[in-house]
Design a protein around this ligand. Structure first.
Ligand code: PGA
Length: 248
């Protein structure tokens, strides 16, 4: 039985004080062990939020990382730096990073591997554009992203650590959600790709989230689909809607 994982991706929102205020307000209501709950604030808020959720079941996530250990990489943050403030998950390859910061599957793969060296679970995002869906290239596109982003990662880590997030780009921040069936169909397809890359057991154990306009009104339908193991929530993770989604 795969444990559900619900992660809030705050993106570039909330300064430290506001982040602290918001988490203080919701933390008791999202402190559950029925699902894994992850909060991914901005880098500068990580340390304070880490202190605030200490002793709860809530996990801390980062939104990005760099794959080198240290050195002259102005503006970047290493895996060790994340580990030092208590980060246990890190989003990699979000479509906004692929789109605005030229992140390729190769970079995503290096980041995921580096995170795993430090026992931080990568949340590896994949997903097609509207154009790719309309031209029915979505399976091909997503399969390539999955294969290249996870290339060379051990099967044990895929089963026990890595999280895959299927986020169709056309559904992110648009209010346009994939139907639960569309989301499930792709998550199922990703599972088949994992079975081809590894084996059946690995494909049954890997956790695959859906992301893209998840809100309280659609959370339960999405989260009850057979192959969807959680949600990566953007906009709705900044409000009390996140509480409702966690308690779907
Ligand atoms: P959204 O974002 O929930 O605001 O659509 C999801 C995401 O980008 O992870």
């Amino acid at each position: 039985m795969r444990k559900k994982i619900i992660a809030g991706n705050w993106k570039m929102n909330y300064c430290v004080n506001k982040a602290e205020e918001f988490v203080s307000q919701i933390k008791d209501t999202i402190n559950t062990d029925e699902v894994d709950v992850v909060i991914c604030p901005n880098f500068v808020a990580l340390d304070r939020i880490s202190d605030l959720i200490y002793g709860t079941n809530i996990k801390l996530g980062a939104q990005n990382v760099y794959f080198e250990d240290k050195g002259a990489y102005t503006g970047e943050t290493s895996v060790n730096m994340l580990a030092a403030v208590g980060v246990s998950y890190c989003i990699v390859g979000h479509s906004e990073r692929r789109q605005y910061f030229n992140e390729t599957d190769e970079i995503v793969n290096k980041k995921a591997k580096k995170l795993l060296e430090k026992d931080i679970a990568p949340i590896v995002c994949v997903g097609e554009t509207l154009e790719e869906r309309e031209s029915e290239k979505m399976y091909e596109v997503v399969e390539k992203q999955v294969r290249n982003s996870l290339d060379g990662i051990d099967k044990d880590l895929i089963m026990n650590k890595v999280v895959i997030a299927y986020e169709p780009i056309w559904a992110i921040g648009t209010g346009k959600t994939a139907t639960a069936e569309q989301a499930n169909e792709m998550c199922k397809y990703i599972r088949e790709v994992i079975a081809k890359m590894y084996d059946e057991e690995t494909s049954q154990k890997v956790r695959i989230q859906y992301g893209g306009s998840v809100k309280p009104s659609n959370a339960s339908e999405i989260l009850n689909m057979s192959d969807i193991d959680g949600a990566l929530v953007g906009g709705a993770s900044l409000t009390n809607d996140f509480v409702a989604i966690v308690n779907y």
